[in-house]
Design a protein around this ligand. Structure first.
Ligand code: GLU
Length: 441
């Protein structure tokens, strides 16, 4: 079987962390199996779909390095939906219904009053030809429902949730097309999954009951269904469904200095039995990706955890990956020297400023004599070798200082702060002239 997955966002807003996770899982599964990952733009709803969101979805996926292998748009496929729809109507699996929204609402209220579930009563199926003709003559346009087969339970083995079972008699026949001819999500999605050869539908658990309905649509269209994997939902750090997560997306990550590698490393493992680790290379993440590792409990998305993963990702980023984002003049040696001290790539600028200067000497006044000695010694050591051990070694012998008393005043004078990158890597970058000037300041 060739594996083909699809990520099917509706372009009615920006991607948020939940969608991003779905996109990632679809792509990882395709990659893991040498398959294809398709972006399907679900833009059947012309009112709510916006081109700027289509562009934003593409850009966000590119930034995340989850670029799809192909793109399809539902709005370009209406003729196919109509052809499948016509066949289902001819086969009696899709039928016209004439109730208004108010009538349906009233039916549901009556059912609720009797303690019954709000399942559509199929009154439209009991209309006689004459009644239907009369409605049509009055200008009432029907909407269209898919007729569920009530004969057998709907069952599938979900790759994440395990065996699933739905009783179709407890479900309303879903509306698949509105009276104005426009499409609802349900049928076009099943048509596309067949037509695009989708082998695995990977999406959130909010779609589980849609899957039950769509399984009957696959059968009614004579197609074998894809496999399904419904991921548990994400919650906020507090463990509650969080409204805020809806606004956490690529823009937010960029503002926070979060790298795409960090987003991927976290979201690949969140909700699985595997530990979240700052894995830079996509390959090992992909190789270990399996739906069987995912649990059914909601997964907690914690921004503090993401920031932690991000820092550990930044510590591994090669120069090529960041060079465009570093201050002008900052080279590979400087990057490698400061990288272990960063939470975000942008913070490299702070250390570049320290290397370049000017730096306000932060050493205590009582160390002035010691620093004058250091300035003199700095003029005598071999800068081509390892100047830091040379400098501190000579000062140790000359002054009898050791440990903190030996090192800290130097750091404070040379960098203006008490902590930071390893001085042995930093000192050659600060260089002889600036070192002597700062120690004598
Ligand atoms: N457009 C649907 C959504 O965003 C797609 C669901 C699916 O993956 O089938 O929820």
């Amino acid at each position: 079987m060739t594996v083909t997955t699809r990520f099917a966002p509706s372009p009615t807003g920006r991607l948020h962390v939940g969608n991003i996770r779905t996109a990632l899982h679809n792509r990882m599964w395709a990659r893991r199996n040498g398959g294809r990952f398709v972006l399907r733009i679900d833009d059947t709803d012309a009112e709510r779909s916006e081109e700027r969101f289509v562009d934003a979805i593409r850009r966000d996926l590119d930034w995340l390095e989850l670029t799809p292998d192909g793109e399809e748009r539902q709005s370009a496929r209406f003729a196919l939906y109509a052809a499948r729809f016509d066949r289902l109507v001819a086969a009696g699996r899709v039928y016209p219904a004439y109730e208004t929204a108010q009538e349906l609402d009233l039916k549901r209220k009556i059912q609720a009053g009797r303690g019954l579930p709000p399942v559509y009563d199929r009154a439209a199926l009991r209309l006689s030809d004459a009644e239907r003709a009369a409605l049509e003559a009055d200008g009432v346009r029907p909407h269209w429902r898919f007729k569920l087969d009530h004969d057998a339970a709907i069952e599938w083995d979900d790759l994440i949730r395990g065996p699933q079972r739905f009783d179709p008699a407890t479900m309303s026949d879903p509306v698949v097309r509105r009276a104005d001819g426009s499409w609802l999500y349900m049928l076009p999605s099943a048509v596309d999954d067949i037509d695009m050869g989708i082998s695995h539908v990977v999406r959130g658990e909010d779609h589980v009951s849609n899957t039950a309905l769509q399984l009957q649509m696959f059968a009614a269209m004579g197609a074998a269904p894809p496999a399904f994997a419904h991921g548990a939902l994400l919650t906020g750090a507090e463990g509650k469904l969080s409204k805020r997560l809806g606004s956490v997306g690529v823009d937010h990550f960029r503002e926070q200095g979060i790298e795409p590698e960090a987003v991927r490393a976290l979201l690949a493992r969140l909700g699985t039995s595997d530990p979240v680790e700052p894995i830079l290379d996509p390959e090992p993440l992909i190789a270990g990706f399996d739906f069987s590792r995912f649990g059914r409990a909601p997964a907690r998305f914690d921004e503090a955890e993401l920031a932690g993963v991000n820092a550990r990702i930044v510590h591994q980023l090669p120069f090529d990956r960041v060079r465009d984002r570093l201050p002008a003049g900052m080279g590979e040696a400087e990057w490698l020297a400061v990288r272990p001290n960063l939470h975000r790539v942008a913070d490299a600028a702070d250390w570049w400023a320290v290397i370049e200067g000017p730096v306000a000497n932060a050493a205590a006044g009582e160390d002035r004599g010691y620093l004058a000695d250091a300035a003199r010694v700095a003029g005598t050591i071999d800068w081509a070798g390892d100047p830091w051990p040379a400098l501190t070694g000579a000062l140790k012998v000359e002054t009898g200082r050791k440990g903190r008393a030996l090192f800290l005043p130097l750091r404070l004078a040379l960098t203006g702060r008490g902590d930071g990158p390893d001085m042995a890597t930093l000192l050659p970058l600060i260089g002889r002239e600036r070192t002597i000037a700062r120690l004598s300041a």
